[in-house]
Design a protein around this ligand. Structure first.
Ligand SMILES: *Cc1c(COP(=O)(O)O)cnc(C)c1O
Length: 443
């Protein structure tokens, strides 16, 4: 039956009057589009600037203050949004506390998402970001998953660049070539309404923190505290030591939100991470499902290099994105692109054998078989925080699986060459479109 044949009188449901219906429709349009006439878009060109009157001293690199990961630069950028007016003008202003209501949505319903990227001081003395557009686009996807407002990625990129241009010269000075600052774009819902509903207010902000170089010094205590029971790494291996997750601790699942950088993914992982640390491991290797699919390592993507049992070919393998239980790392994407371009069979440089790049499901059984049959070449974790970190050991079901770490015992060859290429782009040794130069504001 055609819809027009149902009259309001005969439908048997309460139907809004014409006037009510049109109000509802308008509200609906406004709500769902988020870009009606009245709503201001995020616009970095409207940014106001208020400089700090009490700038702080920059602590020495890797000092206790830096290790504590609480020190941020002098300024931050914020932009407020609400459902009726859209985005307010962004503000660059002194770094400092926010005032939000105790009933704010983010504090109750975890309406939050974030990004993580670095500002690099190049060996050529220039400041660079790495593929910042990818972080801004991913932030939009994270916002969409947690009912936070959309924006033009390019405008967020401009806000990030403005903050880096302002604080980079002082906080990442010329005598710190080859080091970095950590940038944290964040969105929270500040909506004070306690009702469980789509937020009507939000705050986008960008801060810059000082971080130790975690790709070099790892958190492994020299002598892990003795715990009753098993699961301690027995041999002094270099490289990351990973503790495989158990079936009662799942990071992400199909239909969930593991693909989005939501705070809600991380809080619940801290029990397992804390336990891994207490036992002397660096990170959790997140497995999924009864077949123990290998997904990610900590907050990094995970790669193995092995020789395929059937074809005998060397493969670089990482978990696929289709099920949406993997965070689509910018580092991951960059490694896959570089490997396809520069490590393809026949193209690989020097003594390195070419690899087939494969995004597919693989399980702990596959890793164990490759290990036992001597086909396992290396493994590494990759993400902004840990960069490219070779994996030396995986503890799984009471067994220590030692992963080859190359001739010098420090890194497999593929991890080393990929890290070198990426680092070259980040620190300006290789001119590449992925390296985005930041023009510094002179003091
Ligand atoms: C951020 C993150 C990564 C790495 O992403 P990059 O863009 O490479 O920094 C990987 N896995 C998880 C779960 C993450 O949160």
């Amino acid at each position: 039956m055609a819809p027009s044949a149902i009259t309001p009188e005969s439908s048997g449901t309460t139907t809004p009057t014409t006037a009510q219906a049109s109000t509802l429709t308008q509200a609906g349009i406004k709500h769902h589009n988020g870009d009606g006439d009245a709503l201001a878009p995020l616009d970095a060109s409207k940014m106001t600037i208020t400089l700090s009157t009490s700038p702080r001293d920059v602590p020495p690199m890797n000092s206790p203050e830096v290790m504590a990961q609480k020190t941020c630069t002098d300024h931050m950028v914020t932009a407020a949004w609400n459902e009726t007016t859209g985005w307010a003008a962004p503000e660059l202003k002194p770094y400092g506390p926010f005032s939000i209501m105790p009933s704010a949505s983010v504090l109750h319903y975890a309406t939050e998402c974030f990004e993580g990227l670095k500002l690099y001081r190049g060996h050529d003395d220039r400041l660079r970001l790495f593929r910042v557009n990818k972080n801004c686009e991913r932030m939009r996807r994270s916002c969409a998953r947690i009912a936070l407002p959309d924006f033009d990625a390019k405008e967020l990129e401009k806000m990030i660049i403005a903050l880096c241009a302002r604080d980079g010269p002082k906080w990442l000075p010329s005598d710190r070539k080859g080091s970095f600052l950590y940038i944290r774009p964040t969105m929270i819902s500040t909506d004070p309404a306690l009702g469980v509903q789509r937020p009507k207010e939000a705050l986008l902000y960008v801060i810059i923190a000082l971080f130790p170089d975690m790709s070099k010094s790892l958190a492994t205590p020299a002598a892990p505290p003795a715990l009753a029971g098993d699961a301690q790494p027995k041999k002094a291996t270099t490289g990351l030591k990973l503790l495989a997750s158990t079936e009662d601790t799942i990071r992400a699942w199909p239909g969930g939100f593991g693909y989005a950088k939501l705070g809600a993914n991380y809080g619940p992982s801290l029990v397992a991470q804390g336990e891994a640390r207490a036992r002397g491991f660096d990170q959790v290797l997140w497995l999924f499902g009864p077949e123990a699919s290998v997904t990610e390592a900590g907050a990094s993507n995970f790669f193995v290099v092995w020789r395929n049992k059937e074809t005998g070919k060397t493969e670089l393998v990482t978990a696929p994105l289709q099920e949406r239980i993997i965070l689509e790392g910018v580092t991951r994407a960059s490694i896959l692109e570089l490997a396809r371009e520069r490590l393809a069979p026949g193209k690989a440089a020097g003594a390195l054998e070419g690899v087939e790049v494969v995004e597919r499901k693989f399980t702990m059984a596959d890793v164990l078989a490759a290990h036992e049959e001597g086909r396992l070449v290396e493994a590494f974790a990759a993400g902004t925080a840990f960069f490219v970190a070779p994996v030396g050991l995986i503890h799984y079901k009471g067994q220590d699986v030692e992963i080859p770490m190359g001739a010098e015992g420090e890194s497999g060859d593929y991890a080393k060459v990929l890290k070198g290429w990426l680092g070259g782009i980040m620190y300006g040794k290789e001119a590449h479109e992925w390296g985005v130069v930041v023009d510094e504001v002179k003091a």
